[in-house]
Design a protein. Structure first.
Length: 401
């Protein structure tokens, strides 16, 4: 029997009180807005400790099977928790790739042994996961991956390189796409998918310094690295299909994620406050009618994004193209954040040229840093250009040409 509204309201109040009491105080260093920006040990340990605390309280993976470490509860409980986490702006869950991509994939396609081995440690952040899809020479052409995996007894020997490996220097495991059959009839047919360990001889990560002056990405090198053959998920040669399932989880087109915030949202209300205190020709920027008009446009767009996710649960509102909203969510949200941050920087006039550490920088340089970092989400999981192609072909039925 489903729970009553009163019972869910009591649960919501319980969640609210727990987070108000247990959210850690802000540290004396700048926290990243997402897992793609974690570049120091202090940031990493602060965020991992927080995820462990949330999991131990029972507020993460609530709808995942109890036999693997989840809560075994209805999804509504996790939805309530996630909503409260967003409302209270608590720190995000650092093991984003594990919680949202690798974990759902393992539950969907993994063996019983893989589920027992990995799921609980993903939830508890005992083991951090990273992603090995993109390669230095192939950009968004995922199907042309050239990292090689050669079977040798009960092991695979891996050689090649992956790029933009978020949290690669902290990760225990990688979801890895590699080529097992270079002579396959099509480039997609020769790929296989692995749950690769990261702490094996022959695997090296090198941090990449970003435009922001921070780290957060790595390049990962495989030099005759040996991984167990049972790291394969699915069958050899089925890697492309497994990767597409993973990307459906990553882009939010398919449910099954563990829950928890994967980034800190930037709301239009915060930019409205910025416009109230930055000056344009001696008066607050918000008094400029063009600024007010743009802020109203952003507010309407923000509201529409939130309502869109509610529409998904009402079939009558999406019957014509039921996948249009799930498949467009990543594109719309990432581009909205980038444009909003750019506008926040533009409000600052000549101060827009300042950055973190400068004496007169506004809000500790938050908006400049957030603008630069916003490009990460427009690239990761498929660039915005690729996303538009996918929507055109798979939702609208347009030809490739």
């Amino acid at each position: 029997m489903s729970e009553s509204e009163a019972e869910l309201d009591r649960f919501r109040e319980e969640v609210k009180q727990w987070f108000e009491k247990n959210t850690p105080p802000p540290p004396d260093f700048i926290l990243p807005d997402s897992f793609m920006e974690v570049g120091t040990d202090a940031q990493f340990h602060y965020l991992r400790d927080w995820q462990q605390k949330v999991y131990q309280a029972g507020y993460l993976g609530m709808s995942w099977p109890a036999e693997y470490g989840g809560g075994g509860k209805p999804l509504m409980h996790q939805n309530i928790v996630d909503a409260e986490m967003a409302r209270l702006k608590v720190p995000f869950m650092i093991n984003t790739i594990g919680l949202n991509w690798a974990g759902p994939l393992i539950l969907h396609s993994g063996t019983e042994e893989q589920k027992q081995a990995y799921i609980k440690k993903i939830l508890s952040a005992e083991e951090i996961w990273c992603q090995g899809f993109s390669e230095p020479d192939h950009g968004s052409d995922l199907g042309n991956a050239q990292t090689r995996a050669v079977k040798d007894g009960d092991e695979y020997i891996i050689n090649g390189s992956k790029i933009w490996t978020s949290l690669g220097d902290y990760a225990a495991h990688m979801i890895l796409l590699a080529r097992t059959d270079p002579d396959a009839k099509s480039k997609h047919a020769g790929l296989s998918f692995f749950l690769s360990p990261m702490r094996s001889p022959g695997i090296e990560t090198r941090p990449i310094k970003k435009l922001t002056g921070e780290y957060g990405f790595c390049q990962t090198f495989f030099n005759d690295a040996r991984i167990p053959a049972d790291c394969l998920i699915g069958k050899e040669g089925e890697g492309w299909q497994v990767a597409m399932t993973t990307l459906a989880f990553e882009r939010g087109a398919v449910g099954g994620q563990a829950g928890g915030q994967s980034s800190i949202a930037i709301e239009v209300a915060e930019v409205v406050e910025l416009a109230r205190h930055v000056q344009r020709e001696g008066t607050p920027a918000i008094e400029d009618p063009l600024v007010r008009d743009q802020l109203v446009q952003f507010l309407m767009e923000e509201r529409s994004l939130r309502l869109n996710f509610a529409r998904i649960r009402v079939p009558a509102l999406t019957s014509e193209r039921p996948m249009s909203i799930p498949m467009s969510g990543k594109l719309m949200a990432s581009e909205f954040r980038r444009r909003l941050c750019r506008f926040a920087v533009s409000l600052q006039g000549s101060n827009a040229n300042l950055y973190m550490g400068d004496d007169d920088v506004i809000d500790r340089g938050r908006w400049q840093r957030s603008y630069f970092n916003a490009f990460s989400a427009t690239i990761g999981g498929g660039t915005s250009q690729i996303q538009k192609n996918i929507l055109g072909e798979r939702v609208l039925g347009l030809p490739k040409d």
